[in-house]
Ligand binder design. Structure first.
Ligand SMILES: *Cc1c(COP(=O)(O)O)cnc(C)c1O
Length: 219
């Protein structure tokens, strides 16, 4: 069942798009099932839940943090996390850098942008991101690497609106790439698209889709 869902989704993804199987709230046994089918990248939205699953599951799984993070939780995932999608402040970035240094590693992150028409979704504006990237503090951070951007579209049936929001994220990506990251090959990821809207996201330039309920069922 899970294997079939994953294979269906994979068969519809272009080669440059990676699937993050969003396993939040789901038990390790289901993650194991997906893993046995070859899925190696999983997304979680709570640090302690990710850490518990990391400790009981195979060590070649790549764990992606996709949920809003409080700074005091970074320590739980810093030793192993492969990508944090949800960086929305300089303070959080400074804490990730500090914990990465403690673990003698460089942690890859994405900047999360607020593109939806909803108050409830977290994320930076373009101006806030530019201020962050121009700050003195940012220039000193040696143990983080910004690899791109992330955003969530409005939860809606209006595909024109969703498309417009994804297009906005792509244009933010282009702007930051040109201004701050033109020499950095690693700045290449656009994390957008979930179960309900990933096809539109891919048409608008997504490189990472985060899919939960279409793989594991409802939550
Ligand atoms: C839960 C979640 C997803 C996956 O959502 P589905 O609709 O279940 O595919 C993707 N991104 C983020 C940030 C999430 O919190």
């Amino acid at each position: 069942m899970i294997a079939e869902q994953i294979n269906n989704i994979l068969s519809s993804l272009p080669a440059h798009v990676q699937l993050i199987a969003v396993s939040k709230t789901k038990p390790s046994a289901l993650i194991q099932e997906a893993y046995q089918n070859g899925q190696k990248i999983f997304g979680e939205n709570k640090a302690q839940e990710m850490s518990a699953k990391h400790s009981e599951l195979p060590k070649d799984i790549q764990w992606h943090m996709i949920g809003h993070m409080q700074s005091n939780k970074v320590k739980y995932i810093a030793p192993f996390v492969s990508l944090i999608h949800s960086v929305d402040s300089l303070a959080l970035l400074i804490e990730i850098n500090k914990q990465a240094l403690k673990n003698n590693r460089v942690i890859s992150v994405l900047l999360q942008f607020h593109i939806a028409d909803e108050e409830t979704k977290f994320g930076l504006s373009l101006k806030e991101a530019q201020d962050l990237l121009n700050s003195k503090e940012y220039a000193t951070l040696q143990n983080i690497q910004i690899c791109g951007v992330m955003g969530m579209a409005t939860f809606s049936d209006d595909s024109d609106q969703i498309r417009k929001e994804f297009r906005q994220l792509k244009s933010i990506f282009n702007e930051l790439k040109n201004t701050f990251f033109s020499a950095q090959e690693n700045f290449k990821e656009i994390s957008m698209g979930m179960s309900g809207d990933y096809k539109i996201a891919i048409e608008e330039g997504s490189t990472l889709v985060r899919i939960g309920s279409s793989i594991f069922g409802g939550r």
